[in-house]
Design a protein around this ligand. Structure first.
Ligand SMILES: Nc1ncnc2c1ncn2[C@@H]1O[C@H](COP(=O)(O)OP(=O)(O)OP(=O)(O)O)[C@@H](O)[C@H]1O
Length: 299
């Protein structure tokens, strides 16, 4: 399958700052990728290059097989900036009709696009009366124009409440199922962990981790935590049998171990199953993995 986005050895410098250093990646059709990184990691610079808004120094970038920013590429790419600004005096429907006309599409589909982002009920109200979340949805409706093959979304869920965030990711699921590739930047690690296919971590301009959460978890080789709840009256005997465990005030035994030690440890615990009321195995969270990779680069 031909990737929707291909970046190889991309380097971008602003005077003395090397904002992107030899970044290479490929996104396949229908994949949802989260771009993570500390402030100044190079996320916006990468998005601007993909959109063709700024030039780069070396490397190669192809958007749907085209040069970024070319008319052929722009026809297939949609962008949602972090802070969307619309004319407050226009209604949502008028604003989307305007964008449809600019692109030469039928303005009559504006209500349908607004309904898809959950704004059907407010389509004829002035944008000046919309909440931040509603304005964000107008932005999202605008990105649906022209059925783009690549959507570049800069912190699309900032300012959205939990239900709106869930609706937003449901919409992305539908778009990716139809083959649209989605690249979104976010600082909300928990939601991208659950709702994207791959994770890209930029640190100091370098792509320090790339892959599914399982892939990058394996690359990070971080310890896992086992939580063992003893049967009442057996905490002391179980703690004695598991000397590496620490007993919390909640009565739960906590053991941190390397991935390779997990199965032998589980065998030891289950051999005393009469004393164990419950057992949880907690792999490192995306937050742990993200801190690991960001720290590795001295951030
Ligand atoms: N026009 C510019 N001129 C000079 N330096 C710039 C310019 N644009 C970005 N930079 C620098 O390039 C680096 C990467 O910036 P970028 O905006 O891409 O980071 P980011 O990951 O998007 O950060 P944030 O999460 O804060 O938005 C930073 O050191 C920034 O100061």
């Amino acid at each position: 399958m031909t990737p929707t986005l291909t970046i190889s050895r991309l380097t971008k410098r602003f005077q003395s700052v090397e904002a992107l250093k030899q970044v290479s990646l490929a996104l396949q059709p229908g994949k949802r990728a989260a771009l993570l990184g500390h402030n100044g990691a190079g996320k916006s610079t990468m998005m601007k290059i993909i959109l063709g808004l700024i030039p780069f120094d070396s490397g190669e970038v192809q958007v749907c097989g085209q040069v970024p920013g070319s008319e052929a590429a722009r026809m297939q790419v949609a962008y949602l900036p972090e802070n969307v600004a619309f004319h407050p005096a226009l209604t949502g429907e008028e604003q989307i009709r305007h964008y449809l006309s600019l692109r030469g599409d039928d303005p009559r589909i504006a209500p349908e696009l607004l309904a898809r982002v959950g704004l059907g009920h407010a389509a004829r109200r002035r944008i000046g009366t919309y909440s931040k979340g509603m304005r964000q949805r107008v932005g999202l409706a605008q990105t649906l124009i022209g059925r783009p093959r690549l959507m570049v979304l800069d912190e699309p869920t900032s300012g959205l409440d939990p239900v709106s965030r869930r609706d937003f990711y449901d919409l992305l699921d539908g778009l990716s199922a139809d083959g649209t590739t989605i690249l979104l930047s976010s600082h909300a690690l928990t939601e991208v962990e659950a709702r994207t296919d791959s994770i890209l971590i930029l640190s100091g301009g370098q792509l320090v981790a790339e892959g599914s959460l399982a892939d990058i978890r394996a690359q990070a080789v971080l310890p896992i935590t086992l939580l063992v709840r003893p049967v009442e009256g057996h905490a002391a005997s179980l703690a004695a049998a598991l000397p590496e465990a620490s007993l919390g005030i909640d009565g739960v035994l906590r053991i941190t171990c390397a991935q390779t030690e997990k199965l032998p440890l589980l065998a030891r615990i289950t051999s005393r199953s009469a004393e164990v009321a419950d057992l949880d195995v907690n792999p490192p969270s995306l937050e742990d993995i993200y801190s690991h990779f960001s720290r590795r680069d001295g951030q």
